[in-house]
Design a protein around this ligand. Structure first.
Ligand SMILES: NC(=O)c1ccc[n+]([C@@H]2O[C@H](COP(=O)([O-])OP(=O)(O)OC[C@H]3O[C@@H](n4cnc5c(N)ncnc54)[C@H](O)[C@@H]3O)[C@@H](O)[C@H]2O)c1
Length: 443
């Protein structure tokens, strides 16, 4: 055991450690680039040929990474992107960063993990450390990943090492990045935990070791469901505030002055992305296997998923106040990404708002989002504005702020729009914003 650890430390110290990252998306590519930047040869594997050919040409496609960094590590031959999974044999440490979506019935879909593990199984070599980073339900590493890898005839914890370590990257967050955010690691045995920690330590400074992969898997779900539940609480209170005439944004700001026991969360048009929306369903599915119903967590998910309906009703009310009909009304959606300053459209609540407005037979819906070049909703392409200005804004009966990107000029938007439905309190600093209808302001 000591020998394996020493051997890894030597590989790290001599920069001879070879890293493999399977799945080069929002999570995998930043990890691969971090190792490559530190001088380690890093194989990046992906089934998406388009991503591989871009990376082979030194072209970046992830917003959080600087283009020059990808260009440099590719030019230095430190980042080697490939869809030849046979190269897994050359790697000492392998990170698995593939998607974990849900099925149409909202059950976990771990088929990408299974497929990545099949590729590793076919190429596994002695003493490799395999680290699953994809968010998933407790038990995935031990009950699904381990048996697949052991089909190779090798034993986990002895012939190869296995750990789960959740990813904490927060796309768009300039303060908390891969290098300064603590990473949690739980291996199938002590040496697996130690090896996974040692390898992580190359690119992150703080590691929290836990006793098992299941603790690490559950910890990640707790983090994300904590957000889901708190957002749901404030979304419900926002709806109540609208009914009783109190401004939720003032309420949260006031509560946030308490220096202990309170953390502010803000209402909005719903939740999206590949994590917070999906994870409660992963946990609920696993809980059902144990005859347990996660009532509170599911209720929170339902409240959040109702928010696009609430926003749709706000828009319909504003149309009704004007001299237009549903069929003639022109709506502009500002911000389609699931959160501020990112280019990720996955499960964005703005998509749901558009879908609901279309179901009401509103025909003229355009959008503007500098990060999202193209959108298909209900089988049809949504028209996109190239820019917003006095002239373009004045064409619309209702402008809806679904995502509060920092690049938007809210003064200009409010000044030149007939009515703005603001679901994010994005116009809070705009003076004389009498044409702004704010979600949860109690009016
Ligand atoms: N995006 C985030 O902010 C974030 C944060 C924390 C955790 N996570 C979790 O990390 C995981 C990955 O998320 P993401 O946002 O990076 O997804 P992504 O879709 O951006 O990237 C996943 C990549 O894996 C590739 N892929 C799929 N199957 C593959 C296979 N068998 N072999 C090789 N490549 C394969 C896809 O082509 C894609 O490029 C998910 O479990 C997610 O929940 C994501």
């Amino acid at each position: 055991m000591k020998e394996v650890l020493e051997n890894y430390q030597n590989l790290i110290n001599s920069k001879q450690l070879v890293v493999g990252v399977i799945g080069l998306g929002y999570v995998g590519l930043p990890i691969a680039v971090e190792f490559a930047k530190k001088g380690y040869i890093t194989y990046g594997f992906d089934t998406d040929k388009n991503k591989i050919s871009k990376l082979q040409s030194g072209i970046n496609y992830i917003q959080d990474i600087e283009d020059e960094q990808v260009e440099q590590v590719v030019a230095d031959k430190k980042l080697l992107a490939t869809n030849n999974f046979g190269e897994i044999k050359k790697c000492n440490a392998i990170f698995v960063c593939v998607p974990t979506p849900f099925t149409p019935n909202k059950d976990p879909d771990i088929s990408y993990i299974v497929s990545a593990c099949n590729s590793i199984r076919d190429n596994i070599t002695p003493n490799q450390i395999i680290i699953l980073k994809s968010t998933t339900f407790p038990g995935t590493t031990e009950k699904y990943v381990k048996p697949i890898l052991e089909e190779s005839g090798k034993k986990s914890g002895e012939d190869f090492y296995l750990a789960f370590s959740p990813e904490r990257i927060d796309p768009g967050n300039k303060v908390w990045t891969t290098s300064n955010t603590t990473v949690v690691v739980g291996g199938v045995n002590e040496i697996s935990t130690d090896l996974a920690s040692m390898v992580h330590n190359v690119v992150v400074s703080q590691i929290k070791k836990v006793k098992s992969p299941a603790v690490a898997e559950m910890e990640k779900l707790l983090e994300n469901i904590f957000r889901s539940v708190n957002i749901a609480l404030v979304n419900e209170m926002a709806q109540l505030c609208d009914r009783i005439g109190v401004n939720i944004w003032e309420v949260v700001d006031a509560a946030a002055t308490k220096p202990f026991g309170f953390m502010p969360f803000y209402p909005g048009p719903g939740i999206g992305g590949h994590c917070i929306l999906i994870d409660p369903y992963y946990l609920a599915w696993m809980a059902r296997e144990y005859d347990f119903v996660t009532k509170f967590i599911q209720l929170a998910a339902e409240i959040n998923e109702d928010m696009p309906y609430y926003v749709k009703n706000m828009v319909i009310r504003e149309i009704a106040k004007q001299d237009v009909t549903i069929k003639t009304a022109k709506i502009l959606i500002l911000g389609m990404a699931f959160k501020r300053d990112v280019d990720d459209l996955r499960h964005s609540p703005a998509l749901k708002v558009v879908e609901l407005l279309k179901q009401e037979e509103i025909q003229n819906i355009d959008y503007y989002d500098p990060y999202i070049p193209e959108i298909i909703v209900m089988g049809g392409k949504l028209d996109s504005l190239k820019e917003i200005n006095k002239k373009t804004l004045s064409n619309y009966d209702v402008v809806v702020i679904t995502t509060d990107h920092s690049v938007f000029d809210y003064n200009m938007i409010v000044k030149n729009s007939k009515v703005v439905v603001d679901t994010r309190n994005a116009c809070k600093n705009v003076e004389n914003a009498t044409n702004v209808v704010l979600l949860g302001d109690g009016k």
